[in-house]
Write a protein that binds this ligand. Sequence first.
Ligand SMILES: Nc1nc2c(ncn2[C@@H]2O[C@H](COP(=O)(O)OP(=O)(O)OP(=O)(O)O)[C@@H](O)[C@H]2O)c(=O)[nH]1
Ligand SMILES: [Mg+2]
Length: 325
Amino acid sequence: MNIAELADKVIAGDRRALARAVTLVESSRADHREATAELMERLRGAGREAIRIGLSGTPGVGKSTFIESFGSMLTGQGLRVAVLAVDPSSARSGGSILGDKTRMEKLSRDPNAFIRPSPAQSQLGGVARRSREAVALCEAAGFDVVLVETVGVGQSETMVAEMTDLFVLLLAPAGGDELQGVKRGIMEMADLILVNKADGALKQTATRTCADYAGALRLLRKRPQDPEGFPKAMTVSAVEESGLDAAWTAMSELVEWRREQGAFAATRAGQARFWFREEVRYGLLARLDAPEAKARMAELADQVARGEAAPAAAAREMLESLRQG
Ligand SMILES: Nc1nc2c(ncn2[C@@H]2O[C@H](COP(=O)(O)OP(=O)(O)OP(=O)(O)O)[C@@H](O)[C@H]2O)c(=O)[nH]1
Ligand SMILES: [Mg+2]
């Protein structure tokens, strides 16, 4: 495969090339990882900057419906929208987005949208690294907004927050007791809380829930990356397509402010550091997985078990052998 050509096509906005590039970055084959590194290096200079939005919420809260309406609204305004997912369970389910393309029927047919399910990997770390590269691919391909969806189950939010500029938490209308159900750590990550399903019989409850969360957000420690009034809680209805415009306005305001203050670039710089460290960590672990390393490991473990070597000394020897490898 000619990586230079692929990079050029991605930058030119060729959708098929983009899809091929995403497939490449999702592969764990050693030669593909190498090609990916070259590809990402080439795309780095494309000089494009999308707004990357992380979107999280528990199953059934309306993420797919929201992405369909919100994404269609944005493409309606002439913006190009990419949708990716980080879902470590997708190895089983076949991908959360793929499963409900029916819920994104309009968006999946939209020429200005690109939808990609979560890569099939069993480990969150693997899924997240690949998704992070897919985000950069979409950005280089000229998408204005990249939405990264994740199911609200804890760890995956942290990973998504490390690859996005904004973190949006989607919640359902709920009674007072359920308010505590949202983990503090996730609340602290949110830039915007959207209480969905603010329609019909649920409207009043949604308004009350929203006020409760707005109160809870005010109790959190002030973050340097926030202007006055953020993080913010708002109501939306993905089905009735209401509140979406206001939500987008709030997101744009926040991004603009952060760009002016330098917080936007600072966050991305911190993220680049994070992923660099992750790559090194995974690279080291991958070395341990090589057949020769595994054999050496087993050999040394036997020696330690027989009392022929102390654990620390054997470990040093192992690490030394990796250094040469
Ligand atoms: N009343 C109302 N129902 C909604 C709204 N948004 C979504 N729903 C309904 O909530 C249910 C779940 O919606 P999905 O969009 O599939 O939710 P999800 O968060 O993607 O769910 P998972 O993919 O399982 O995590 C569906 O029956 C939707 O029709 C809304 O704005 N108002
Ligand atoms: Mg869904």
